[in-house]
Design a protein around this ligand. Structure first.
Ligand code: AHG
Ligand code: MN
Ligand code: MN
Ligand code: MN
Length: 316
């Protein structure tokens, strides 16, 4: 419970900066998170009015970069530089780690996906920005060492889901483009009623196929938009469900990237009492070998993830 609530103000009057200060975050982390919040104002505007075309370049994964991918990346990197508290950055749209400040004392390192689901903008579906924050200058740490993670969801409303290690809290952007607290300490139920199956079903391995058939047999509803941020957000806000982008017959590591998709999402979901696994091990215990690392993922309600692990173990 934040002091402001005790003072009788409604949660809607607590803005992000004030909320972080009440969580007694050190000034630099508050400043970093607020810079990212500022960056999202420019990104939401560029999504609504920007160029939907391709940039004519491709990223480390051989994906054609959209103009919006490159613009969103530039917007975020500019704000991270401006914060003065960032040592190094890694981005989906940059092919190597960039050193912002050689003097990394008291600084943070940030891995981010500037525009996740960018190929959905032209069909007007929700997209997001995903951010993972570590202390110091090492970005190849296990995700359990993150000091904060957040995503911004550009949907009918622009919302931020944030944790600095004290629970997961949702903020919404108001008419003045400031983020106000909407709800604190979101929690997941032990098991869910929706499932969000990424990847091609006919390429699922037997264990994953059994898991999904089991969910369908118990009446779970399929909810999949193709955007990781809205698909995870639905599970966090409703408090129930499981998302999977599993290992496939022709792709043992699935599609999603460890540093700036899986680690931040796993951190947020675990802070909400959920779980995130490759099917064989906890996502946050993975030791990244490189910024391009990918892994399979089952993430959401604890019992659903444990069930997936059971079916995967039986296929081994
Ligand atoms: P990005 O747009 O940042 O490259 O990531 C897209 C990801 C993620 O948003 C989603 O879960 C996944 O791609 C969907 O993949 P499929 O199109 O194969 O379903
Ligand atoms: Mn991409
Ligand atoms: Mn992405
Ligand atoms: Mn992206």
């Amino acid at each position: 419970m934040t002091a402001a609530k005790e003072a009788g103000t409604t949660p809607f009057q607590i803005d992000l900066r004030r909320y972080l200060r009440e969580l007694d975050e050190n000034r630099d982390l508050t400043r970093l998170i607020c810079e990212i919040a500022d960056a999202s104002k420019y990104i939401v505007n560029s999504i609504r009015t920007g160029d939907l075309g391709v940039a004519g370049t491709s990223n480390l994964y051989g994906e054609d970069q959209l103009a919006l991918d490159v613009l969103s990346d530039r917007i975020i990197r500019k704000r991270l530089l401006h914060s003065g508290v960032v040592a190094r950055v890694a981005s989906e749209e940059i092919s190597e780690i960039i050193t912002i400040s050689p003097d990394s004392r008291g600084k943070y390192s940030v891995a981010y996906d500037p525009l996740d689901g960018s190929s959905l903008v032209d069909v007007n579906l929700a997209v997001g920005t995903i951010v993972s924050i570590y202390e110091g200058d090492n970005l190849l740490q296990p995700g359990r060492n993150q000091v904060a993670a957040l995503y911004i969801l550009y949907g009918p409303r622009t919302t931020m889901m944030l944790s600095t290690g004290n629970g997961v809290h949702e903020f919404a952007m108001n008419q003045l483009m400031e983020y106000n607290l909407v709800q604190e300490n979101l929690k997941l139920d032990p098991k869910g009623s929706i499932y969000s199956p990424g990847g091609q079903r006919n390429k699922y391995t037997p264990g994953t196929e059994k898991f999904v058939s089991h969910l369908e047999a118990k009446g779970s509803k399929l909810r999949y938009s193709g955007g990781l941020v809205p698909d995870i957000n639905q599970i966090l806000v409703k408090g129930k469900g499981v998302f999977l982008y599993p290992h496939l017959q022709d792709n043992p590591n699935g599609k999603l990237r460890v540093l700036y998709e899986l680690n931040p999402m796993a951190y947020l979901v675990e802070q909400a009492g959920g779980a995130a696994s490759t099917g064989k091990q906890r996502i946050l215990d993975l030791q990244p070998q490189g910024i391009e690392d990918r892994a399979p993922v089952f993430i959401g309600c604890k019992e659903d993830v444990a069930l997936a692990e059971k079916f995967i173990a039986e296929e081994a």
